[in-house]
Design a protein around this ligand. Structure first.
Ligand code: EPU
Length: 334
């Protein structure tokens, strides 16, 4: 049944198949695909936040809708509508070269613009929701277009309505961001501050911030073009202050940050402390420089990476009593 290989379309570089693979360049292509091929459908953007744990009995739509367009502006802001198939980092570079603030901390995040709101990508103290204005999406069941404004999206930490009740129901064709013409920066994250100081930069430009972040990311995270991976595999778990106090007694060096009235634990620290960093089994491994990142260490089978993830999850639960859940979308689960 399954015929098209998804190997070039997922950043883990594993080999899974789907029934049909259709590249989408326009909204018309979506209507045509929905009329030609039967449900179910899966949508792939950059393929950098999925683990294909097995074959898919679906038609996969690869979003390649391009374009960055200024649709409105006033003295202080620019409204930018971007094709869902644009590369995220290209958008960040475009905004910096046009002196527009807002996205610079999100430099070098792999993936596409259409995928960014789904998991509300974030890094170095900023989430895409802070610049988000609206998006256009087409229903995979009715073919009708729907506009989502910020309040419709239920953005949270690595979360949105597209991971909850609207999961898998839409293809996001365009995203509109509101960026500032004034230089507005957020360099509160410790690692950025330290690196700016190291470079003797007191009043950084957008480009300098972006460069620092790119360098930090390159030093910690593997390049998916060289080593198959999907960035952080798990979310940082959020636990009660009481549960945190209990853990702190046992593990005084545990890494955690306040998150509203709760505490966000570093999943990287938990996995590292449980002894998994650098561990490799059946062609799947925990990256040596960052325990939150699982890598393809020579397997074609995403099920091997899924098995490693499950082994880590069970071990962290038994050692710390904390459940860590995947941040990546797992499809074709065996
Ligand atoms: N740590 C360890 N061992 C490790 C890795 C991390 O002990 O192997 C501890 C260290 O104390 C480190 C701390 O964890 O200082 C935090 O690490 P890092 O700054 O790399 O942040 P993170 O919480 O692990 C999150 C995001 C990243 C994002 C960074 C920077 C999630 C799931 N991940 O990682 O996002 O780049 O913060 O803001 O929230 C991604 O989503 O794919 C991603 C890479």
């Amino acid at each position: 049944m399954s015929s098209a290989s998804l190997q070039p379309f997922n950043s883990f570089g594993v080999n899974a198949h789907c029934k049909n693979l259709i590249k989408i360049y326009s909204e018309q292509d979506i209507y045509d695909a929905l009329l030609t091929y039967e449900a179910p459908y899966n949508v792939i953007g950059g393929g950098s936040n999925i683990l294909l744990a097995g074959d898919l009995e679906s038609t996969v739509l690869v979003n390649q809708i391009k374009g960055i367009q200024v649709v409105d502006e006033d003295d202080n802001h620019v409204l930018l509508t971007v094709g869902g198939g644009e590369n995220w980092h290209n958008l960040v570079l475009w905004s910096i070269s046009h002196n527009l603030s807002g996205l610079q901390n999100l430099s070098l995040i792999p993936g596409s613009v259409g995928a960014a709101p789904i998991q509300n990508i974030g890094a170095y103290g900023v989430e895409q929701s802070q610049c988000f204005h609206s998006l256009r999406a087409i229903s995979l069941s009715t073919g009708l277009t729907k506009v989502y404004y910020k309040e419709d999206c239920q953005f949270g930490y690595r979360d949105s309505v597209f991971k909850k009740e609207d999961a898998g129901k839409y293809i996001i064709t365009h995203v509109t961001y509101i960026l500032s013409k004034k230089v507005e920066i957020n360099v509160s994250y410790g690692a950025i501050q330290a690196e700016l100081k190291n470079r003797n930069i007191e009043d950084p430009t957008l480009k300098q911030i972006s460069d620092v972040i790119c360098d930090i990311r390159v030093s910690k995270l593997p390049d998916p073009l060289l080593i198959g991976n999907a960035g952080s595999f798990f979310k940082n778990p959020i636990i009660t202050e009481q549960a945190y106090e209990d853990l702190l007694l046992k593990y005084p060096d545990i890494v955690a940050y306040p998150a509203n009235d709760k505490m966000k634990l570093s999943a990287g620290w938990l996995i590292d402390r449980a002894g998994w960093k650098g561990h490799s089994q059946n062609g799947a491994a925990v990256y040596k420089n960052h325990a939150l990142v699982l890598i393809n260490d020579g397997t074609d089978n995403g099920g091997d990476i899924w098995q490693l993830a499950m082994d880590i999850q069970a071990d962290v639960l038994s050692k710390f009593g904390v459940e860590i859940v995947p941040e990546v979308n797992v499809w074709g689960r065996p």
